[in-house]
Design a protein around this ligand. Sequence first.
Ligand code: HAM
Length: 412
Amino acid sequence: MNDILPGEVATWQELEAAARRVFRSYGFSEIRVPVVEKTDLFCRSIGETTDIVEKEMYTFTDKGGTSLTLRPEGTAPVMRAFIEHKLHAQDPVAKLYYMGPMFRYERPQKGRYRQFHQIGAEVIGLDDPRCDAQVLAMLDHYFAEVGIPDVQLQINSLGCPECRPAYRQALVAFLETRLDHLCDDCRRRWQQNPLRVLDCKVPGCKEATAGAPSVLDHLCGGCADHFAAVQGYLTDLGTVFAINPRMVRGLDYYTKTTFEMVTGNLGAQNAVAAGGRYDGLIRDLGGPPLPGIGFAMGVERLVLLKGSPQAVPRLDCFLATLGSEAARHAFLLMHQLQRAGLQVDTDLEGKSLKAQMRRAGKLGARFAVILGGDELAAGRAQLRNMDAGSQEEVPLDALRTRLQELLAGGEA
Ligand code: HAM
């Protein structure tokens, strides 16, 4: 679990602001849900035999004896809220986004943490392939907007309850012939959750399943048409993608379209964003039979790819003073300038003028006001442009306007 220090926060804020901006263009509204939910919600949605539910949840019993879990992802809580507040009664189509911390007890490494952050978006109530294409185009738009290079959008279809059983059967039969080459986890799970075996990172398993049957050869007519239409719309929109028939995703609620935004620049972790359609989830959680599709991006991974210049925001102006009268006046002036929206600081420690100017430099002040007893008596102050090293004298009552003019890019 990481602390996000002031020098890194600017990048986080930029990524969050870009999400709000881009998602708004597509008609999304923000939803905020708690970080804890009843454990059962995640078992029922993500799936009992997934890594997340089997090994990675932070689960505890509260003082009332209820089993609670720190949310490992955002989709299930958002669906729970959608159902609980009957949002479908207001509008059966909902476009929601969220951002915040998620928790998984994973083995930490570069890009993989136990508390991490997601920015996610979900569309409820639309099963048209244009909706899939639009969600993917929005994801693509976001990556372009924040300037993250070298990512590839991979898509797949996992079929539906009609066609998945036949594929599952074909895969189980195939895996049976490879059991000797699979790792312990895969041998344990091959019958319960055979699709997960295709996602195993153990090299032996990868090799043993190289010739596994493809899900795309087993789609029913409806799913095949849907997948073809999604690809057609993506092409129309100019969203570049690749088909990855081995992408299975680590959560059980997916149907039809699934996707990942992948990169080779994150070591062992290659997904920066991932998601898919979940047409049965809302009904399975006790809600109306509405389809859904969405994604979540890992913010730490976005930050790693974007790079986080240790940029401390610059101060507009530092007020340096000589003598107690000037310090008293500067204290008031600082307050007035702050109320006018400027970033201003002054010395509250009684330091020498030289030390105060050093501090102005350290805080990255663009301007310094130098105020001594004589200047105060004359109603004037020295205004120093810290970058240019130039200085001018300004009447105290014109100081705010002059500073605002200079900061707005007027003549320096
Ligand atoms: P997920 O693939 O489990 O999907 O996670 C989505 C993204 O969260 C990953 O691609 C990755 O960038 C980030 N992530 C996951 N685990 C970690 C971790 N331990 N440390 C750092 N980053 C991590 C979901 O969570 C689904 N709820 C996505 C979704 C939304 N599907 C439909 N709607």
